[in-house]
Design a protein around this ligand. Structure first.
Ligand code: SF4
Ligand code: SF4
Length: 356
C-alpha cells in the first residue's frame, strides 16, 4: 500500500454573510464540484469574519492541523491574518489566481520585503492558502486552483516523507511494530491529517455580524500608534509588549479610523467597502496610474483628519466628548499628506455621494 496516497487536503468554504443570490449560486456550484474531487475534505462554514470563539466553525478550524485552503469573500491577506489572530497559523500559501483589484500594468507590491514583527505565536509546519471568491465568477477557476494547490501540497508532503524515511531506519525495517508518531511520519503526517468531522448543521450555526480590526503582522512594526489612537480599548499589548487586538468587539461598527492612522497599512477591516482598508494587496490600490479621487473631486481631507472625524463621531455617539487632534495623534503624522491607500477610498465615497 502506498502510504503517501493517504494525503488529503482540507478545503474550507466560508459563506458570504450577505445571502446575495449571485454569491450563493457560486458557493453552491463550488461546493458541489469540490465534493466530487478526490483527496479533498470539504467543509462549509459561515462568514469567517463573523465567527466568535465559541462558534463550531471556529472550533473546527482550530482543530484542523494539516494544509488548508480557505475560500472566502475576503482578500487573502485579510483572511490569512484573521485566522492568525484566532491562533490558526501556518505559512502563507501563494495562489495563482490574480486579485481582481490589481491593475494589469501595475507591478503589484507583493515584492516588497516584509518588515513587520511577524506572527505572535509559533507557526506550524503547514501551509494555508486563502482564495478570494470575488476574484472570479466561474466556480471552475477555483476548482482548478484547488487542484493545483492539492498537487503542490501532496508533492511537498511526499518529499518530506521521503526525506524522513531516508534519514532514519524505521522500526519496520528492524521487524518491530511502529508507534503512532512513526506511522504518521512515514505516511499520513500532520500535513495530511483529516479535519474533525462535524455535521453541516453544527458548522453552519447562525452567526451575528461582527466588526473589528485585523492586524497584518508581516507589515506591523509595533509602533503602537493604533494603541494610542483608539480610545475604545480595542488594542492591547501582550507579555512581550507586542500590539494585538485585545477586545475585538469594543470596536465601533463601520468605523475604520485606526486603519487610516497606521503608518504601515497593517490594519484591515475585512468587511469595509473600500479595497485598501479591506485588505487588498498593498501597492495595488496606491499603484493606480490615474488619480481617480481628483477626477471625482475628492474633499482633500487627509487620512489623519478623516480618522479624527470618525473617532470623534464614535466618541459623541458614546456620550463622550470629542477630542479632535488633542489625543493620540502621532507627531510624525501630523503633517502627513493623504496616504496612497486613500485614493480609492475617496473614489468610493465620492461615487456613493453621487448616487452610483
Ligand atoms: S499602528 Fe500599525 S504598525 Fe503601528 S502597531 Fe498599530 S498595527 Fe502595528
Ligand atoms: S476603528 Fe475606532 S474603535 Fe475600532 S479599533 Fe480603530 S480606533 Fe478603535
Amino acid at each position: 500500500m502506498n502510504l503517501m496516497s493517504r494525503y488529503r487536503l482540507n478545503v474550507v468554504l466560508s459563506q458570504s454573510n450577505s445571502k446575495h443570490p449571485t454569491r450563493r449560486s457560486l458557493e453552491e456550484a463550488l461546493a458541489a464540484a469540490l465534493i466530487l474531487e478526490s483527496g479533498l475534505d470539504v467543509s462549509i462554514i459561515p462568514h469567517l469574519y463573523d465567527l466568535d470563539a465559541q462558534h463550531t466553525g471556529r472550533l473546527f478550524l482550530e482543530k484542523v492541523t494539516g494544509d488548508m485552503v480557505v475560500l472566502s469573500w475576503l482578500y487573502p491577506r485579510a483572511a490569512f491574518w484573521l485566522l492568525d489572530r484566532d491562533g490558526i497559523r501556518g505559512h502563507m500559501g501563494q495562489t495563482q489566481i490574480r486579485s481582481a483589484i490589481v491593475d494589469d500594468e501595475v507591478e503589484p507590491a507583493a515584492s516588497e520585503s516584509p518588515k513587520g514583527i511577524g506572527p505572535l505565536g509559533p507557526v506550524p509546519d503547514r501551509f494555508i492558502y486563502c482564495l478570494n471568491l470575488n476574484d472570479a465568477t466561474d466556480h471552475r477557476v477555483f476548482v482548478e486552483e484547488v487542484r493545483r494547490i492539492a498537487a503542490e501540497c501532496r508533492a511537498r508532503h511526499e518529499a518530506r516523507a521521503a526525506e524522513t524515511a531516508s534519514k532514519q531506519p524505521t522500526l519496520v525495517s528492524l521487524g518491530l511494530p511502529q508507534t503512532k508518531a512513526e506511522t504518521d511520519a512515514n505516511g499520513a503526517s500532520s500535513d495530511g491529517l483529516v479535519g474533525p468531522k462535524l455535521t453541516p448543521e453544527q458548522l453552519l450555526a447562525p452567526t451575528a455580524r461582527r466588526w473589528y480590526p485585523v492586524i497584518d503582522y508581516s507589515r506591523c512594526t509595533n509602533c503602537l500608534e493604533c494603541l494610542d489612537f483608539c480610545l475604545f480599548g480595542v488594542y492591547g499589548v501582550d507579555a512581550l509588549q507586542r500590539i494585538f487586538v485585545e477586545t475585538q468587539d469594543n470596536c465601533k461598527r463601520g468605523c475604520p479610523a485606526c486603519s487610516r492612522v497606521c503608518p504601515e497599512q497593517a490594519i484591515m477591516f475585512p468587511d469595509y467597502k473600500s479595497p485598501a482598508i479591506a485588505g487588498a494587496p498593498v501597492g495595488a490600490v496606491g499603484g493606480l496610474k490615474i488619480d481617480l479621487s481628483k477626477l471625482f473631486g475628492g474633499d482633500g481631507a487627509d487620512a489623519l483628519t478623516q480618522a479624527v472625524v470618525e473617532r470623534d463621531r464614535e466618541l459623541i455617539a458614546d456620550g463622550r466628548a470629542a477630542v479632535g487632534m488633542t489625543v493620540g495623534i502621532p507627531k510624525r503624522q501630523a503633517n502627513k499628506p493623504a496616504a496612497p491607500k486613500d485614493e480609492l477610498d475617496k473614489l468610493v465615497d465620492d461615487l456613493e455621494a453621487l448616487g452610483f
